[in-house]
Design a binder for this molecule. Structure first.
Ligand code: EPU
Length: 497
């Protein structure tokens, strides 16, 4: 678990790692290579190690070179079973299905099942592969698939929730080694899918239209080994930018592709976060640094998580943490994973005011979050709780941070390098700070005395926005601090709108 002492503004420079969601399907595509594959900027994450373990069982050997690059080489192409025991550790393991069928023409891959963010079916993956001529049945929890021939065709890959990221990668992989031409309509446009396609092209595939919903693939007979650098992780970049904004810090996030983050940058600016793109080259896709300055005022907004180029669902939780500290009422909707709200009750434990209604949540900004013990439910929810913890007053304990380690490379070390105070400790009650422990027999008297709160409110009748302090009823022994900056208003009889 993490023990966080919050409330300090972040300060300094931090570099973004390679993208997890690009690295995973690209590693899986090494199954298709007739030669060694070298990947640079593969992040050192639990999910990456899990996939390396699965690939090992599928006859692909991998090792890290001294310079950090990951080398992968097929040593046995007879294995076709992705076992439940490995797949259940990471549902993205389904990304081996397309490459296995493309190269080995047979695959038995455990169905990944759902997870905390939704049911996550794979019907579109199977639809696309069937269209290419794959014979598929699902038995005993496994996808059993065989393709005596793969034939190019026209495939529409859209579903009720839009396009599919991993589904597009699976169908692309099979189409790359199919006979003839395949077109995919409603393909996922995410930068990670485009990076996957660029890697296949580096191996000798012929794919056009990457980054658009319409892909054209001319099948080839074989693919060679290749070298490739993974794109920077736009979700990690967004998480760090939001961390800086929430703590009103001054942080430069290095190694970012700003065009991959357009929706995030736009939304942060709308909220009031001063954000500057530095040292970007001529090319729109070139890398840059992004500097965040402390915001004077953060204001509520409407956020809808959508497929790329929309606001990513993978930053919805982190944005909700930020919006908890923005003045006014925000509305957050997730149109990709409408049930991805497990972080809501945990943020509420930290003092956020959030009301969930179906695929949306209404977030009423508070002046300050206050530390508490919370539980992570999935990867991005963990990040949202860590951000809330570093911005909150006092201690926060985030349990089950193994979710975080799946997708962030030592996040606590990076945040600490910016001045945060996040300690990784064993999850035992002795490690919970005293300030968060309540004795059963002698509940602290302080728990019953509320602190004065500053809120922002608009008073149309008296005109303009004002910052006011609402004092709780006088409690015995509690001295109210004087603050000449803050106007003291008697709210009895008035109703702020
Ligand atoms: N969907 C279907 N049928 C399918 C496939 C998807 O209905 O056959 C639905 C899903 O249920 C969801 C939507 O379509 O509502 C999008 O799902 P998608 O297939 O695009 O998701 P994914 O490929 O399983 C990847 C990322 C996720 C990220 C989503 C959306 C990887 C390894 N995972 O998942 O990343 O949230 O795309 O952008 O690339 C994360 O990193 O925390 C994470 C969950």
């Amino acid at each position: 678990m993490f023990v966080i002492e919050g409330g300090k503004p972040l300060n300094g420079r931090v570099r973004v790692s390679g993208a997890k969601n690009a690295a995973l399907p690209i590693m899986a595509a090494s199954i298709m290579a007739d030669g060694p594959v070298t990947l640079r900027d593969v992040p050192d994450l639990v999910d990456v190690r899990t996939l390396a373990d699965l690939l090992e069982t599928l006859g692909v050997r991998s090792d890290r070179a001294v310079d950090g690059s990951l080398n992968l080489q097929v040593v046995d192409d007879s294995c076709i079973v992705a076992d439940y025991e490995l797949v259940r550790r990471m549902r993205a393991s389904i990304c081996v299905l397309g490459p296995l069928l493309a190269r080995r023409r047979r695959a038995i891959v455990s169905l990944p099942g759902g997870c905390n963010i939704g049911d996550r079916p794979i019907d579109l993956h199977l639809k696309g592969l069937r269209a290419l001529g794959v014979d598929i049945r699902v038995e005993h929890g496994y996808v059993i698939a065989e393709a005596s021939r793969l034939r190019g065709t026209n495939i529409f890959l859209g579903g009720s929730f839009g396009s599919t990221v991993t589904g597009t990668c699976n169908v692309l992989a099979a189409a790359a080694l199919a006979e003839g031409v395949t077109t995919i309509e409603s393909a996922a446009c995410e930068p990670e899918v485009a990076d996957f396609g660029r890697f296949l092209n580096a191996m000798g595939a012929r794919i056009e239209g990457l980054g658009t919903p319409f892909l054209r693939i001319e099948g080839v007979d074989q693919l060679s080994g290749a070298e490739h650098s993974i794109i920077p992780d736009r979700i990690e970049a967004a998480t760090l930018l939001i961390a800086a904004a929430m703590t009103r810090g001054q942080v430069t996030v290095e190694n970012v592709c700003p065009t991959h983050l357009s929706a995030v940058i736009e939304k942060l600016r709308e909220i009031g976060v001063p954000l500057f793109i530095e040292s970007q080259g001529e090319d729109a896709t070139s890398l840059a640094d992004i500097r965040v300055e402390p915001a004077e005022r953060l204001t509520a907004t409407v956020c809808s998580a959508l497929a790329y180029p929309g606001l990513p669902t993978d930053v919805q939780a982190q944005f909700m943490s930020l919006l908890s500290l923005c003045e006014g009422n925000s509305v957050v909707t997730d149109k990709v994973f409408p049930d991805r709200f497990m972080h809501v009750p945990e943020l509420v434990r930290l003092g956020a005011q959030i009301y969930r209604e179906g695929p949306s949540a209404i977030v009423s900004g508070v002046v300050q979050l206050r530390g508490a013990c919370v539980m992570a439910s999935d990867l991005r929810a963990s990040a949202a709780l860590v951000l809330a913890g570093i911005a909150a007053k006092g201690h926060t304990v985030v349990r089950r941070i193994y979710h975080l380690d799946r997708g962030y490379d030592r996040l606590e070390e990076r945040l600490n390098s910016l001045g945060a105070n996040v300690r990784r400790v064993t999850d035992i009650v002795e490690n919970v700070p005293d300030s968060l422990k309540l004795s059963h027999t002698t509940p602290s008297a302080a728990m019953f005395t509320s602190e004065p709160e500053t809120i922002s409110a608009s008073f149309p009748t008296t005109g303009g926005d004002r910052r006011i302090r609402v004092d709780p009823p006088q409690s015995a022994g509690v001295e109210q601090p004087a603050d000449s900056q803050i106007e003291k208003v008697d709210l009895s009889g008035t109703r702020p709108e």
